[in-house]
Design a protein around this ligand. Structure first.
Ligand code: NIG
Ligand code: FE
Length: 421
């Protein structure tokens, strides 16, 4: 019977990491509970998981049903599709010229203050055509998929004027519609104060609040709003104004908080009930406690602290131990983190943040799904969820962060279809 068929049976899985279990974001010891099944299988129907578990059990559940396609993964490791909950995917140009400045010791915020950094990408993004932005972003999204990402959050923030912010967000929307990877969009008009508003940040904040936010909402181009709350960028008070207006417009809230200076961004995230706060290298204990009490997810970005040559990193261990749920992301962008590889982030999450391989996987699957409001459909392998799976040329989880700098992905299944083989 055609309507009772299994479309794809992934079987002979040596180690199947399901992440099944709790509904809420994970922290503490729960971050190490990854739901491993040995000798596993996943049966997929209509793009969704129909049965998952030990191969014998799955075969018993689908007994009598036709199986249209089988994928024998020969004892390999399988995880849920990886989720990258923080990227600046859509932008013009690149910034390799900043490498020599960095090597001379010029700090990131100094490059920005001199009109470089984010502002040089703003110039390149404003002059780029929508088509060129799409083609460039698509190439990077292809890379992300090849490295195992099946859902990616994408921020605007290199337009810094209405028409160019909308241009970036339209590109993100088109990628969501045309690319196998699911794209979740965030409006980040408050990523920097544009050159034409230099010294007039209050006026720019007004523009973001009164013109950009309502128009982005009206066109339905973003689900979340993010602000770069940092010394010399947007103050805590300006961030509060923007995020409060975003909340009133129905956006979910995110904040780049306490990346370089302890500004109180983490406390603000708690106060406003942000879904996530990002970076957090300089977050104080009080800030982290405010996040924990409000259930804010910490999105840590170890590729950024590595690439900025910082000697300290986000205190992920302390966050987990005190009950803050942690997610991990590439922060892919042309300045502070030019990498699409979540597998590199796995290694840095272990070596620089002190997380275990299990915690790292939790942080880039189910907790990352929570950080972008998608935990009901992706982030774990459970009956009824989207069939997003990664099959690695590896036989256990620790092998991924251990053997670094190469791509371990063998096959990616997205919505039940093999999209990387
Ligand atoms: O998350 N910190 C601010 N924004 C980005 C960097 C953007 C850029 O340098 O172009 C980040 O690191
Ligand atoms: Fe960022």
């Amino acid at each position: 019977m055609e309507n009772k068929a299994i479309d794809l049976l992934v079987h002979h899985i040596g180690v199947l990491v399901t992440m099944r279990g709790k509904d809420e974001p994970r922290t503490g010891r729960d971050m190490a509970e990854v739901g491993v099944v040995e000798h596993g299988a996943v049966a997929i129907r209509d793009g969704k998981i129909f049965a998952v578990g030990q191969e014998e059990e799955v075969r018993a559940q689908i007994a009598g049903m036709a199986v249209k396609q089988e994928l024998d993964v020969q004892g390999r490791l399988v995880t849920p599709g990886l989720i990258d909950p923080h990227t600046h995917l859509v932008h013009g140009g690149s910034r390799e010229h900043e490498l020599s400045l960095k090597l001379k010791g010029v700090p990131y915020l100094e490059i920005l203050a001199q009109g470089g950094g984010i502002l040089s990408t703003v110039r390149a993004t404003r002059t780029a055509s929508e088509e060129a932005l799409y083609e460039k972003a698509k190439k990077s999204l292809d890379q992300m998929l090849l490295y195992g990402a099946t859902t990616v959050e994408v921020k605007s923030g290199y337009g810094l004027r209405l028409e160019d912010e909308l241009k970036q967000l339209r590109v993100a929307k088109r990628l969501d519609e045309t690319h196998p990877v699911d794209v979740v969009s965030t409006f980040m008009g408050a990523h920097a104060v544009p050159e034409e508003y230099k010294g007039r940040s209050a006026e720019y904040v007004d523009l973001v609040i009164h013109e950009m936010l309502p128009e982005v909402k009206r066109q339905g181009l973003a689900e979340f709003c993010d602000v770069f709350c940092e010394h010399g960028v947007f103050s805590v008070e300006e961030s509060r104004r923007i995020l409060s207006a975003a909340k009133a417009n129905g956006f979910g809230l995110k904040i780049h908080a306490d990346e370089i200076e302890p500004m109180g961004g983490a406390q603000l995230a708690g106060e406003l009930g942000c879904i996530s706060a990002e970076h957090l290298l300089a977050a104080t204990d009080e800030g982290l406690e405010a996040m924990r009490d409000a259930g804010v997810i910490a999105v840590c970005l170890p590729a950024t602290s590595f690439n900025l040559r910082l000697t300290s990193h986000a205190r992920a261990r302390a966050m987990i131990d005190m009950g803050v749920p942690v997610a991990l992301s590439t922060d892919y962008n042309p300045g502070s983190s030019p990498t699409e590889s979540l597998q590199l982030v796995m290694t840095l999450g272990c070596l620089n943040l002190g997380m275990t391989p299990e915690e790292v996987l939790t942080a880039m699957t189910i907790n990352a799904a929570h950080a972008i409001g998608r935990a009901d459909t992706v982030g774990s392998l459970e009956v009824g969820k989207q069939a997003d799976l990664v099959i690695y040329d590896a036989h256990n989880l620790a092998y991924l962060p251990y053997h670094f700098g190469v791509n371990h992905v063998d096959t990616v299944v997205k919505n039940g279809k093999v999209v990387v083989a």
